[in-house]
Design a protein around this ligand. Structure first.
Ligand SMILES: Cc1cc2nc3c(=O)[nH]c(=O)nc-3n(C[C@H](O)[C@H](O)[C@H](O)COP(=O)(O)OP(=O)(O)OC[C@H]3O[C@@H](n4cnc5c(N)ncnc54)[C@H](O)[C@@H]3O)c2cc1C
Length: 517
């Protein structure tokens, strides 16, 4: 039996791992992770992504050791490192999960596939979750997703035969327990970053389904409650420490239990909402899979020219990304994100609305900047959501979130703002959402001088929102957008009515109406 190479990417686990199981059945195995310098120089990479991966690689190595293997980590470009390993080991196949990554990984995967063809090596790629490659039509998509999520998880191999590489390969391998600390472009410190590795993912899933999810539906929109009531599984899904199928099946067992006990309970409603989001994960990534250019250009080409693509005004971008726009709730959300690498969906949408509408920035640079702050950065979700929230998909409702209304709704007492913006710590609820309205005497009383201790607002948000609406209205009136809207809808829109977005209009409950698909 010839040696087999398993290439780990965004699938850092041994459970429910089809490429590993297939390789183990075919011959002795060399499990490999490659730190690619070209990738880590891309503008959407960050230390916090690498730190999460690094935690996860440590655990992956331990899990492989329990099977009689170990993880071989190299720092080099691909496919060169495969060519070099092939010269030393002579493996007959590379086993990997399909990846819908950014443009860089897309080109890299094509280069690996081309090298495999030339070298006579089989490149065996397996779907990782519900994304279908190639997808003939969106009409079939939901059925594919359901079949994959219902299938039994792939059994973890009990034992495996290891490839024993020679001295030259050993000399170049990095110790997975002592990997370099820093890789990536974004260097913002992230003291509250979520821990990587499967054990942390399993703990989150267990605590979510046993305790935290009861008020998920009611609490997901506010950053005050979201950290507790949302699953926070996103980085584990993004780097594959848990498989989506494992999550879906564990969740469905619990959902069946709570429905049997009380079908209309908060638990049952919340887990129904969670189920939708597990679909959305793959639904969004499928868009990038089907149209990789979405990372670079407007999904709806009729919106080209709406905003200036070539010039992202640093005087607007910098305050936004650094959390000093002078709009306290926006700044508090950005500061939480910078410090913890995670924030809830509604606040992500609001942050994008502020950059795209109030600050009138083209989405591309802000999208990269936020990618560097999200530990869970997943290109397929990220770019599609960014475009949706920026109004460039042409098929979604415009949502120009009012940052002061969000502030009053989601943080009425202002405690969240005070926590993240110490300069406003003494400002009472009456003024904290709009401190620029405070008379000078009160500023003095509450120990904050606007423009010195905390910025004046970078824009008048009401005026800016009005101008954004006018610009979009004028743009829409100046051209016929229908044909391109039909193309986008046909290619990317969901065919199934979401349980949270029924065709019939109903009163919305919290958490609903956040998304058009
Ligand atoms: C501008 C913008 C950018 C985003 N970028 C990312 C990203 O890079 N990576 C990422 O994982 N999510 C992204 N999201 C989607 C969403 O905000 C996060 O998935 C969610 O907040 C993660 O928290 P959670 O794991 O607690 O989610 P939960 O609410 O517990 O949901 C469980 C899982 O469902 C999926 N999910 C939840 N909401 C969505 C959604 N709206 N769209 C697609 N999938 C969803 C995620 O995999 C998530 O982990 C983005 C949203 C916006 C508005």
């Amino acid at each position: 039996m010839s040696p087999q190479l398993v290439w780990f990417k965004r699938d850092l686990r041994v459970a429910d791992h089809a490429p590993l199981a297939r390789a183990v059945a075919a011959g002795p195995v060399l499990p490999v992770y490659v730190i690619e310098p070209g990738y880590w120089a891309e503008p959407d990479t960050a230390f916090r992504h690498w730190a999460f991966i690094r935690d996860s690689l440590r655990e992956l190595d331990a899990a492989l050791q329990a099977l009689g293997l170990r993880l071989w980590v190299f720092e080099a470009e691909l496919p060169a490192v495969f060519e070099w390993l092939h010269a030393g080991i002579g493996f007959s196949a590379i086993h990997a999960h399909e990846e819908t990554g950014n443009g860089w990984t897309y080109r890299r995967d094509r280069a690996v596939a081309a090298w495999c063809r030339c070298a006579g090596v089989a490149f065996e790629q397996t779907p990782q979750f519900g994304v279908v490659r190639p997808l003939a039509s969106r009409d079939e998509w939901a059925g594919h997703w359901e079949r994959r999520m219902k299938a039994s998880p792939v059994a973890r191999p009990a034992q495996a035969q290891a490839v024993e590489p020679g001295a030259a390969i050993r000399a170049h391998a990095l110790d997975p327990q002592a990997l370099p600390a820093e890789r990536g472009v974004g260097r913002t410190p992230c003291p509250g970053r979520q821990t990587g590795g499967r054990a942390a993912g399993e703990d989150l899933l267990a605590s979510f389904l046993a305790e935290r999810a009861e008020t998920y539906r009611q609490g997901m929109a506010s950053p005050v409650s979201a950290w507790r009531v949302c699953s926070r599984l996103s980085p584990h899904i993004a780097y594959g420490t848990l498989s989506l199928r494992e999550i879906v099946q564990t969740h469905r067992r619990r959902w069946a239990e709570v429905r049997a006990a009380a079908p209309r309970s908060r638990w049952a409603q919340s887990l129904k909402s969670f189920e939708s989001r597990l679909h959305w994960h793959c639904h969004f990534i499928q868009k990038l899979e089907d149209e990789p250019a979405i990372e670079y250009r407007n999904m709806h080409r009729g919106y080209d020219g709406l905003r200036d693509e070539t010039n992202t005004d640093p005087a607007r971008l910098a305050p936004w990304i650094e959390g000093r726009t002078g709009l306290p709730f926006v700044d508090a959300c950005m500061r939480q994100l910078r410090a913890e690498g995670w924030i809830n969906f509604r606040m992500r949408a609001m942050l994008v609305a502020v950059s795209s509408y109030h600050l009138w920035l083209h989405w591309r640079e802000p999208a990269r900047a936020l990618a560097r702050l999200f530990t869970d950065y997943e290109p397929g979700i990220h770019y599609c959501q960014f475009q949706m929230q920026s109004g460039t998909t042409g098929i979604n409702t415009l949502r120009i979130y009012n940052p002061v209304k969000q502030s009053r709704d989601q943080d009425p007492a202002g405690d969240y703002i005070r926590h993240w913006i110490p300069a406003l710590a003494a400002v009472p609820a009456e003024w904290i959402h709009e401190p620029w309205r405070m008379p000078a005497g009160l500023q003095q009383r509450y120990g904050v001088r606007l423009g010195r201790d905390y910025p004046e607002p970078v824009v008048d948000h009401e005026q800016a929102a009005r101008e954004a609406r006018e610009r979009i209205k004028a743009h829409r009136a100046s051209r016929d957008l229908r044909r391109e809207s039909d193309r986008v809808r046909h290619k990317h829109a969901s065919r199934t009515p979401s349980p949270e977005r029924p065709r019939r209009k109903r009163r919305q409950t919290p958490g609903q109406g956040e998304l058009d698909l």
